[in-house]
Write a protein that binds this ligand. Sequence first.
Ligand code: SF4
Length: 69
Amino acid sequence: MKKVIVDKSLCIGCGACAQIDSENFKIGNDGLSELKNENVQAENPNVVNAMEACPTGAIQEKEEESASN
Ligand code: SF4
């Protein structure tokens, strides 16, 4: 399972991600995208669409850090 992060230093606040996948993305008070929860999965097709639509590559997959198991 891969998680997703939004790199705010790349986000330009275009709103495409929140429009495509309002379940997982929103535009925060700072005008930049953020995840609605920490467990957004990169395999989710809506997330993939948002990732592909992002003009700056701010939405990125994050390899889950293998903790104790
Ligand atoms: S699509 Fe990309 S640049 Fe646009 S608001 Fe979402 S994360 Fe930011």
